[in-house]
Design a protein around this ligand. Structure first.
Ligand code: SF4
Ligand code: SF4
Length: 407
């Protein structure tokens, strides 16, 4: 695609990246075929090709308005379009650049600004979030159906006594998951321990930065990312840690993006790159350990394992391009894995999308659960807390993190 970006913008890191990405797009439109919002709305500007065009216009100097902002807001950032694109267009990176500029130029309505602020305050304050969650869990029996299902019941993590191993990973807990589903990280520790991998944890936990990034608080997101880098890298060096990991793929993809998001920060660019390169999803760690020593499968194998359907989060299959990594692990551990129709499509969770774009999110949830329902699984497994709670809000079939099934 031909571009005419202003000279001063082309001198910046973002300008050069945007120019390179725009020029790699040949405008073929193949990506529209797998874009969930294009499928639902049928509007060119709610598909990747249209959004790329909107961003190009803004970067070339056109003044954006609320309509442009809304088309970009409706994007799930699922990056399904990147998986489909034959030209390797880095849509996610371009969207980050475009959204940041549009959000600086277009003021959101007061109601939306207050919602975004409220969500950031709620999710980034552990004390407030835990207090409200506990109150919700106490009142849960009295709540109507859908609301009741969106509040998970209190969870007791399984017992685990840590052992030391030479192979060490840094397991980062994140912001809301420890309060919502504390058993997931314990399951990771148990599974890693069975594979002779030790988990070390940072003393202070914090958000990965994705929440603020999703809610357009760019400076806040970057400050969180810098603080995490300052906290994690000394631990990596001190304990000779081989990988950084998180059990939520939504957070993992954000850490993989630290390098890109901090590329123009001279104080952090190199260290952000190191952190992004050190990041591994638990599926990669487990799969590598099992590949290196197949006898370890017997530590994880289940007798009478149940029929399950695995929902691969977009952040796993498109964001990190980890396709069919979890599935063979589960199959080789004895689970009867059912395939699901349109497993490449988003479930509608997408960070805070289920709150900020409720109608589209609910349509995607219904479609996803209809497709999963056809497989009649006893359990739905997934790899991201956001998808897990979103799916659970619409079904009575238990939805669990895949690591919990192996411990
Ligand atoms: S992003 Fe890729 S698939 Fe979509 S229009 Fe551009 S080149 Fe074609
Ligand atoms: S990221 Fe997802 S919703 Fe956004 S344009 Fe790409 S496919 Fe469509």
């Amino acid at each position: 695609m031909k571009t005419e970006l202003p000279e001063d913008f082309l001198e910046t890191h973002e300008g050069r990246a945007a120019n390179r990405i725009l020029r790699s797009c040949v405008h073929c439109g193949f990506c529209n075929a797998t874009c969930p919002t294009y499928q639902l709305l049928g509007d060119e500007l709610d598909g990747p090709r249209g959004r790329i065009y909107l961003i190009k216009q803004v970067l070339e100097g056109e003044t954006p308005g609320r309509k442009t902002q809304q088309h970009l807001d409706r994007c799930l950032t699922c990056r399904n379009c990147e998986s489909t694109c034959p030209s390797g267009v880095h849509y996610g990176e371009l969207l980050n650049i475009g959204r940041s500029i549009v959000n600086k130029k277009v003021k959101r309505p007061l109601k939306q600004r207050l919602l975004h602020l409220g969500l950031r305050k709620l999710f980034l304050s552990k004390a407030t979030f835990s207090t409200l969650l506990k109150a919700g869990q106490t009142l849960r029996p009295l709540l109507p159906g859908t609301l009741k299902k969106s509040i998970p019941q209190p969870q007791q993590p399984p017992a685990f006594i840590p052992r030391m191993h030479e192979h060490k990973v840094l397991l980062v807990a994140g912001c809301v998951q420890p309060a919502l589903q504390p058993a997931i990280d314990t399951a990771a520790k148990i599974v890693f321990d069975k594979l002779n991998i030790e988990c070390l944890e940072p003393t202070a936990t914090s958000c990965c930065g994705a929440l603020s990034h999703h809610l357009n608080a760019e400076e806040e997101a970057l400050a969180i990312m810098r603080a995490n880098i300052d906290r994690w890298l000394p631990l990596v060096e001190k304990h000779k840690i081989q990988a950084i990991t998180m059990t939520a793929s939504g957070c993992g993809v954000a850490i993989r993006d630290y390098a890109q998001l901090l590329a123009s920060d001279p104080g952090y660019a190199d260290r952000a790159k190191t952190v992004s390169e050190l990041y591994k999803d638990p599926a990669e760690i487990v799969s590598e350990a099992l590949r290196a020593d197949r006898s370890l499968y017997k530590q994880l194998k289940k007798d009478n394992a149940e029929t399950i359907a695995f929902h691969p989060p977009c952040t796993l299959q498109h964001g990190m391009q980890l396709k069919r990594v979890v599935e063979p692990i589960l199959e080789n551990c004895g689970f009867n894995l059912k395939s699901i129709k349109d497993s490449h499509l988003c479930c509608g969770s997408a960070g805070t999308y289920s709150i900020t774009q409720k109608t589209l999110s609910q349509q995607l949830l219904r479609n996803k659960l209809d497709n999963i329902g056809q497989a009649e699984p006893a359990i739905i497994a997934t790899a991201n807390i956001g998808c897990q709670l979103h799916l659970q809000s619409g079904t009575d079939t238990p939805v669990r993190h895949w690591l919990e099934l192996l411990c």
